[in-house]
Design a protein around this ligand. Structure first.
Ligand code: HEC
Ligand code: HEC
Length: 467
């Protein structure tokens, strides 16, 4: 069906002078979608585009076909990627999405050669077994290189999931928007001409192709920090070094793009010898308090000599900042940590706990008490997983028990980018079991039946060995 349609298009193509076929350069192509919902904003990225376009640079007309491999989208959370493939796109049945562009029409010519012209592409999008008409505003740039011409195109359009019969489970309405905003960026190569034939043009030919975009491999996972958390009461004077350090402690902007975490998401500032939370049944931070931290002889297992340097390492590891904290910020943090350290000398943190946590799986993860789990989830997870926080509330019934254990304990294969490990010393196996039991939910409450897509079980011997 689709094939004959494409053939038909090619047959009716040649409107302009001399259209040539331009083929997608896979190293210079990217499709991105954004699904915005009240509680989450999901960005999916894929480089796997293919196809070709017939394009007439004189008239700006053309047609063609662009394909996206739907199994290659990444959103930054592995379980979500799996759901995207299996539950939403259903890639086994519908492996790709195809833009059949019947007509490309020039709306506004490029101000001068090699610059962007404004056009519209009219055609259909085939997705999830449905085909719908689309009109896509596109920017096109035609560039002559030494031995061939190249076109670059950027198009944006909206896809209403319901129009393609992609269903959203009711439990996910607040986390999953109903419309995907899609952006396609492609570079397409024209046929190679013998350089001699174009010799006269080489004088004006650019030596290198202007880049269409920079592939960052960056996958934002946290909803952009639009909310302002309630301002904590400042204990130190605003202009002092302690005051600046205190402010930095709750400031997400010290991190990189899309970071929503602050020091205070992970570290408390209370004396934990009296208990992990300042209030009975209150929230518990995943990492150690910085109370008395300035008195410790070494930091980060001896890798860092000062609290400021240790904080800078945290900024690189968890706050998506490749450069860490500046010298000034480090000394402000240090002044703040000193002010939080009233005691004489204390010992260094024991990092063996952390190493151990990352090696121990949890036996019988759903053998806990879901009621206790609900309470513990509030204390340990809702500091970050809550309305208006770093991540939306965790949805009961959405996650596999093993996935939860791997994430919280940072077991090998976890895909945590910003979420820290929570040590067995701070969250015991028994308590984690309660949380997992609560979050995994009863079989009947499960949002997806992931077993139907489960990979085949490993061969008998390896299975035994791993138990
Ligand atoms: C995503 C969680 C996370 C964030 C955000 C974070 N840290 Fe850390 N930090 C850790 C972990 C995990 C360790 C290892 C020891 C522990 O558990 O406290 C650590 C260690 C440290 C240490 C060294 C402790 C020691 O004695 O070895 C200091 C000091 C520190 N962080 C300060 C900061 C400051 C200041 C910020 C904000 C700029 C910050 N951290 C942001 C998770 C985080
Ligand atoms: C310090 C903040 C923080 C705490 C505390 C925290 N998480 Fe997370 N969590 C994150 C961030 C940030 C992500 C997004 C992915 C990433 O960066 O690792 C995430 C992602 C997840 C995901 C993947 C799905 C999603 O919606 O993002 C699960 C499941 C999860 N966390 C479970 C838990 C559980 C269970 C707890 C409590 C035991 C917990 N988290 C505590 C910050 C946190």
């Amino acid at each position: 069906m689709k094939w004959s349609l494409a053939v038909g298009l090619v047959a009716t193509a040649s409107l302009g002078a001399d259209p040539e076929v331009f083929t997608v350069d896979r190293s210079q192509a990217e499709v991105r979608f954004v699904l915005d919902a009240p509680l989450d904003s999901i960005v999916g990225l894929s480089p796997a585009l293919s196809g070709s376009i017939r394009y007439d640079p004189q008239g700006g007309s053309g047609n063609g076909k662009i394909n996206a491999d739907l199994s290659t989208f990444r959103t930054g959370i592995s379980l979500r990627d799996e759901d995207l493939r299996n539950e939403f796109f259903q890639t086994v049945k519908f492996p790709s999405a195809t833009l059949n562009l019947q007509r490309i029409e020039r709306k506004k010519p490029a101000p001068s050669p090699g610059e962007w012209e404004t056009s519209e592409a009219i055609g259909t999008l085939a997705l999830h077994g449905m085909e719908r008409v689309v009109r896509i505003p596109v920017k096109i740039r035609y560039i002559e290189l030494v031995d061939h011409a190249v076109i670059q195109a950027v198009g944006t359009f909206s896809v209403k999931l319901a129009e393609y019969q992609i269903q959203r489970p009711t439990a996910l309405f607040l986390k999953l928007g109903d419309t995907a905003k899609v952006e396609v960026k492609v570079t397409l190569d024209g046929p190679t001409h013998p350089p001699a034939a174009k010799a006269t043009e080489t004088a004006t030919t650019p030596a290198v192709l202007p880049p269409l975009f920079v592939r960052t491999g960056f996958l934002p996972v946290a909803k952009a920090a639009t909310h302002k958390p309630p301002k904590p009461k400042a204990r130190f004077a605003a202009g002092s070094a302690e005051g600046r350090g205190e402010k930095l402690f709750t400031d997400a902007s010290v991190g990189g793009t899309a970071n929503a975490l602050t020091c205070a998401s992970c570290h408390g500032v209370n004396d934990e010898r009296a208990g992990l939370s300042p209030e009975p049944n209150g929230p518990i931070h995943p990492s150690h308090s910085l109370y008395d931290a300035a008195r410790r002889p070494a930091f980060w297992q001896g890798f860092e000599p000062t609290p400021g340097r240790a904080a800078s390492l945290c900024t690189r590891l968890f706050l998506l900042s490749p450069t860490g904290l500046s010298e000034k910020q480090q000394s402000d943090v240090e002044a703040y940590v000193k002010a939080l350290s009233p005691d004489e000398a204390v010992g260094a943190l024991d990092y063996r706990e952390l190493a151990l946590t990352r090696r121990s799986d949890l036996a019988n993860p759903t053998g806990g008490d879901p009621k206790l789990g609900a309470k513990l989830e509030k204390r340990y997870c809702e500091g970050c997983h809550n309305k208006g926080s770093v991540r939306p509330p965790l949805t009961q019934g959405l996650y596999e028990p093993d996935y939860l254990v791997h994430r919280v304990r940072w077991l090998p294969g976890n895909d945590a980018r910003q979420m820290p490990p929570i040590y067995a010393e701070r969250l015991t196996d028994t308590d984690l079991r309660h949380i997992v039991t609560y979050l995994a939910g009863k079989q009947a409450k499960k949002i997806f039946d992931r077993k139907q897509h489960a990979p085949p079980p490993p061969p008998a011997e390896t299975k035994e060995a791993s138990q």
